[in-house]
Design a protein around this ligand. Structure first.
Ligand code: TYD
Length: 139
C-alpha cells in the first residue's frame, strides 16, 4: 500500500510559521468541507469507517496522533505529528485514528460535503467493497 504524505511549505520568518493550502495546488481535490477533532479523550480510537467516494487530507495541526490505514489487503500505521504534514486518505480506505496527545487537533480537508450514504461503517461490508473496488481498479 502506498502511503501519500504531503509535506507542505511553511512560510517561516522571525515571527513564526504559516502554512497555506490551496485546492488543486497543495491539495489534490476541491475542498468542500473542513472539520477538526480536539479534546479527544485518552485511549479513544475514532473513525472505524471507509468512504465510497470521499477523499481526505488529514493534518494534525497541533499535538500528535496516529492513523491506521487499511485497504482491505494491507494495513499501515502513519504517525502525524507535524503541522506541515498532510496524510492523503483515498476513498475505499478503512481508517482508524488513535493515540491522540491531549493537545491534539486533527484537521480534515474533505472533497465532499457530509453525507452519511457515502460511509461504510461495517468492516465486513468494507472488505467486500474493497475487493470489488480493487478488481475494478486493476481492470
Ligand atoms: P463520526 O463520524 O462519529 O466521527 P469519527 O468518524 O471521527 O469517529 O462523527 C461524529 C459526529 O459528528 C456524528 O454525529 C456526525 C457528525 N458529523 C457532522 O455533522 N459533520 C461532519 O462533517 C462529520 C465528519 C461528522
Amino acid at each position: 500500500m502506498q502511503v501519500i504524505k504531503y509535506v507542505f511549505q511553511p512560510h517561516g520568518d522571525d515571527r513564526g510559521q504559516l502554512v497555506a493550502l490551496e485546492e488543486f495546488k497543495d491539495i489534490p481535490f476541491k475542498i468542500k468541507r473542513v472539520y477538526y477533532m480536539y479534546d479527544t479523550k485518552e485511549n479513544v480510537t475514532r473513525g472505524y469507517h471507509a468512504h465510497k467516494s470521499l477523499e481526505q487530507i488529514l493534518i494534525c495541526i497541533h499535538g500528535s496522533c496516529k492513523i491506521r490505514l487499511d485497504n482491505g489487503r494491507e494495513k499501515k500505521v502513519v504517525p502525524l505529528e507535524k503541522p506541515y504534514e498532510g496524510l492523503y486518505v483515498s476513498n475505499a480506505m478503512w481508517r482508524e485514528m488513535f493515540d491522540f496527545s491531549p493537545d491534539a487537533v486533527l484537521m480534515v480537508l474533505a472533497s465532499e460535503l457530509y453525507d452519511e450514504r457515502d460511509y461504510i461503517r461495517d468492516y465486513d461490508e468494507f472488505l467486500e467493497y474493497a475487493k470489488n473496488y480493487g478488481e475494478l481498479a486493476e481492470g
